[in-house]
Design a protein around this ligand. Structure first.
Ligand code: NDP
Length: 483
């Protein structure tokens, strides 16, 4: 049977675009459909604009510190409109780059939603059908709000980049990557940030000592972090809003007292929001950000109808080659809910092309993935946490926490952490955890050594680069704990 294409990719994010281009470079006839902007979450409403906001938010401290270094600088005001205007120009440019890369690779672009009609057929929004020998679903994910009344009053991470102005007081719900990153960004931009996390400590799943230090530093920099706390009720705040008699009262550290709210509306969600927390306190915020996880984009895709297995959270179930239960259909990236990271989606896309178009079956390696949380300070991590490693085998923990030179000179009490989790018997470094400015850059390089299976002695054989923070990774002589 003759198909219109060798490959039809649904979703123009990092994974889909990479797979389309690389398959086309192998001589395949390729098409790609994207319902929103080319570039997907990472480029348009995720990693890229987020990182630019991290940079924007870091200047506040830099101005302060510069004075300690002899510079005669005044704190200026942050102009959100100036920044977001520039940001939008940059995102337009990047989207253009993605489109021209696809054009240059002879990938046909359909600016349309697409769904599956059968194992080899894709249907576009206007009803047109296209056939392909292989179909790759790379539709990503989207932020989810908790299932509670009035949740629509809250915003999600997608909305942050389109706020008409910055809220004065922001409540963030969640303790994961997005919640913590935006808490730091907004705090740095001068927003009064309150964060509720339902668990005992933010960043569940990361090394306890590392996340503990991040939480401590976030609080020290002014974020009102409330652990063991969640939102129970929310409503549009209005002048008639009264605090019920049963209330324990308004917590001034958690937003504005209810009486003050009416005159202070600046919300990106349309107006101030009244919130009741699990601890009984009530307060009004200009905006509430739900950073409560992301779900795969699989609704109304025609997947189950044609036999593609979909999991409990709506994820497409795939094997190690990213192949679904329908042999001609593959899926990569966040829509498979394996590891929700851009570089992983790209790897999965490359492995798919290797397997399907280069005749070289390539399973995905999801082991030892380095990653960074762009909090301030950043957390860079690879491998096992101390808690996971202790469960597995006897370990030695090498760890140091100190005030780094640059901020100490400026009179800050900021601390950083360098930590290695080492297998007692094999001497392999099982995990490396760094909390420090630039930890994302550091863990990329330390990650190579850990991925290669380096031992503690390999780290020790490496001469320190002095004076740096990361030199501690090769100079820690005595284990802090043996477990
Ligand atoms: P995460 O899964 O990291 O965090 C979700 C948070 O929301 C958790 O703290 C969770 O609590 C909490 N939560 C979930 N449901 C509720 C609820 N009903 N009420 C209150 N709290 C709730 O998701 P994110 O949205 O932060 O990020 C999604 C993914 O995107 C990440 O997993 C990451 O892979 C990726 N990402 C990566 C970045 C990077 O590499 N720097 C940056 C941003 C995102 P609990 O812990 O108790 O479940």
């Amino acid at each position: 049977m003759a198909f219109d294409y060798d490959l039809f990719v649904i979703g123009g994010g990092s994974g889909g675009v990479r797979a389309a281009r690389v398959a086309a470079a192998e001589g395949a006839k390729v098409a790609i459909a994207e319902s929103s902007r080319m570039g997907g979450t990472c480029v348009i409403r995720g990693c890229v604009p987020k990182k630019l906001m991290v940079f924007a938010s870091s200047y506040h401290e830099s101005f302060e510190d510069a004075r300690s270094y002899g510079w005669d600088v005044e704190d200026g005001a942050f102009d959100w409109n100036a920044f977001s205007g520039h940001l939008n120009i940059e995102l337009d440019r990047l989207e253009g780059v993605y489109r021209s890369l696809l054009d240059g690779s002879n990938v046909e672009i359909f600016d349309s939603r697409a769904r599956l009609a059968d194992a080899h057929t894709v249907e576009l929004a206007d009803g047109t059908q296209k056939t392909a020998k292989h179909i790759l679903v790379a539709t990503g994910g989207r932020p989810v709000r908790p299932d509670m009344p009035n949740a629509h009053l809250g915003i999600v991470s997608d909305d942050i980049f389109h706020l008409p102005e910055l809220p004065k007081r922001l409540l963030i719900i969640g303790g994961g990557y997005i919640a913590c990153e935006f808490a730091c960004i907004m705090n740095g931009l001068g927003v009064e940030v309150t964060q509720f996390y339902r668990g005992a400590q933010i960043l569940r799943g990361f090394d306890d000592e590392a996340r503990g230090l991040v939480a401590e530093m976030m609080r020290e920099k002014g974020i009102n972090l409330h652990l063991g706390t969640n939102i129970v009720d929310m409503a549009e705040a209005s002048a008639d809003h009264t605090i019920p008699n049963t209330s324990t009262g308004t917590d001034a550290a958690m937003g504005a007292p209810v009486a003050e709210h009416a005159a202070q509306a600046t919300s990106g969600s349309g107006g101030p929001v009244w919130v009741k927390a699990t601890n009984g306190t009530e307060a009004v915020y200009d905006a509430v950000l739900f950073a409560t996880g992301r779900n795969p984009n699989t609704a109304d895709m025609g997947l189950e109808e044609i036999g593609v297995e979909v999991g409990r959270r709506g994820e497409i179930v795939v094997d190690e080659y990213s192949q679904t239960a329908v042999p001609s259909i593959y899926a990569i990236g966040d829509v498979t809910n394996r590891v929700q990271l851009t570089p992983v989606a790209i790897r999965e896309g490359m492995a798919f092309v290797e397997t399907v178009f280069k005749g070289n079956p390539t399973p995905i390696d999801h082991d030892l993935i380095p990653s960074a949380i762009f909090t301030q300070p950043e957390l860079g991590t690879i491998g096992l946490t101390e808690e996971e490693a202790r469960e597995q085998e006897p370990v030695e923990i090498y760890c140091t926490s100190f005030r780094p030179m640059q901020s100490a000179f400026a009179g800050r009490t900021d601390r950083v952490l360098m930590k290695l989790v080492v297998a007692k018997e094999s001497r392999k470094v099982l995990g490396c955890h760094i909390v420090a400015p630039g930890a994302g850059e550091m863990i990329q390089l330390a990650g190579i050594a850990v991925k290669m299976g380096a031992t503690k002695e390999d780290f020790d054989r490496t001469v320190a680069v002095h004076p740096t923070m990361s030199e501690e990774l090769v100079t820690m002589k005595t284990p802090m704990r043996v477990a």
